[in-house]
Design a protein around this ligand. Structure first.
Ligand code: C2O
Ligand code: CU
Length: 455
């Protein structure tokens, strides 16, 4: 048989027996990162110069269905290198978007196609992962919603991306404080201006009746606290994309990078969403429902992505978190050298460590065998809270984020109180090099991160 005939037969065979594989349907997006301006302030305020995806803040909402393949053709129109990270997606390692770990940084003018199957439905987000402390603060992030069976109806299923910007009096980014070691050694770069979906206290039209709010905290460092006026209950149904046993809350705290899906009973008229982390309520968004209530669409049955594994034989990975202002870190290893904290700070802008080692891609916390059960036994031995994120996996944690009683939840980012010890349990079922880091972007930049490999 000549080669040409062989090819013909091969192609014919493919047509005759289609493989019903995951990701048969490809959902395509085109995204460009570049300088752009947007009005973050109130009506009449000056526009702010930012770096944005497709010129909008937040970037375009990507929606898709579970089981599809997402393909994003990305072009970098910034004058610095960047990458895109798909936060919370149990992704292929080479699509995870960590420069110098899972891919080369995408240089100015270059393109890169991200292509990966969406195996879970839930609320995710995407953001730059190159100098994140600066690129996120300049606006490089957007929401990613994967639905179970049908694309969300935006009046019943509403994505609200909150951010905390640090603006000057004339509504420009406060650039002088980028890289401030004061921020880096304390809570991170807190802002002074809250937006939801890139606007100040926007009016969001919804349908009366039961509405799902997908809350996303895109702030660099601020732990947001959101509640409805009159303390109307919010029924939490998913955390970091993953469904949970539903429970009611009046105020939900969301650490940087965390998401929560909450169900709200929307009366006809208005209901204000407020941010109360400073003790002084400020308007986050005004939900506005017009018309008569219609019965809520049935929610598809959802179950946990995977059960908490049996811990007998689990690999324990100790992570002693150290450093920061008023901390206990005198010396730490950085690029093979042991240095005093003062030198680390002044010469290298490093302030935090795991197990005595300032974080970087060279610091490997563990090398796990594919399928191994692992437990990150994390001790926050610092005076600060931290928003600990694992790439490529969701972990089970007995969470103390929702009050006194621990609540066992599956999530990808866990807010740890000062002094807290927590066990993050996961099955290392995704091969590759995965970051574990604090999502308070300044803490990560200053050393709070390391790598876990799964082979
Ligand atoms: Cu939201 Cu390392 O990422
Ligand atoms: Cu931190």
């Amino acid at each position: 048989m000549r080669r040409r005939d062989f090819l013909k037969t091969g192609a014919a065979a493919l047509v005759v027996t289609p493989m019903p594989a995951l990701g048969d349907t490809v959902r395509r997006y085109r995204i460009e990162a570049g300088p752009a301006s947007a009005r973050l302030g109130e009506q009449g305020a000056a526009a702010t110069d930012l770096w944005l995806y497709n010129g909008t803040s937040p970037g375009p909402e990507i929606t898709a269905l579970r089981g599809e393949t997402l393909e994003v053709e990305f072009t970098n129109r910034l004058d610095v290198p960047t990458t895109m990270h798909w936060h919370g997606i149990r992704n292929l390692n080479e699509m995870d978007g960590v420069p110098n770990l899972t891919q080369a940084a995408i240089e100015p003018g270059e393109s890169f196609t991200y292509r990966f199957p969406l195996k879970d439905a839930g609320t995710f987000w995407y953001h730059a992962h190159s100098k994140g402390w600066e690129q996120l603060a300049r606006g490089l992030y957007g929401p990613l919603v994967v639905a179970e069976t049908e694309l969300p109806d935006p009046t019943r299923d509403v994505t609200l991306v909150a951010d905390d910007w640090r603006l000057t009096d004339d509504y420009q980014l406060h650039e002088d404080s980028f890289g401030s070691l004061m921020d880096w050694s304390h809570q991170g770069r807190l802002g002074n201006w809250l937006t939801v979906n890139g606007k100040t206290d926007p009016v969001v039209s919804v349908a009366p009746g039961t509405v799902r709010l997908r809350l996303i905290n895109a702030a660099n460092a601020r732990v947001l606290a959101l509640r409805l006026e009159h303390k109307a209950p919010m029924r939490v149904v998913a955390l970091d994309g993953a469904p949970c046993d539903p429970f009611d809350l009046q105020t939900i705290r969301l650490a940087p990078a965390q998401r929560a899906d909450v169900m709200v009973e929307m009366p006809a008229g208005q209901l204000r969403l407020e941010e109360v982390s400073t003790g002084e309520p400020i308007g986050a968004a005004m939900l506005q429902a017009d018309g008569a209530a219609s019965p809520a669409a049935a929610q598809p049955e959802v179950t946990a992505w995977y059960d908490r594994p049996d811990l007998s034989g689990a690999r324990v990975i100790d992570v002693h978190m150290q450093g920061g202002a008023m901390g206990n870190l005198a010396l730490a290893e950085f690029e093979g050298e042991v240095l005093a904290l003062r030198d680390l700070a002044q010469e290298h802008a490093k302030l935090w460590a795991f197990n005595g080692i300032v974080g970087g891609y060279h610091h490997q916390l563990a090398d796990l065998a594919l399928g191994e059960v692992a437990m990150l036994r994390v001790w926050n031995d610092t005076r600060w809270q931290h928003s600990m994120h694992l790439h490529g996996h969701h972990f089970w944690v007995d969470s103390k984020e929702f009050g006194e009683m621990a609540r066992r939840v599956l999530r990808d980012t866990y807010l740890m109180a000062p002094g807290e010890r927590a066990d993050l349990v996961f099955v290392a079922d995704n091969p590759g090099m995965w970051l574990f880091h604090c999502h308070m972007m300044e803490h990560h930049a200053a050393g709070m991160g390391a790598v876990i490999s799964v082979t």
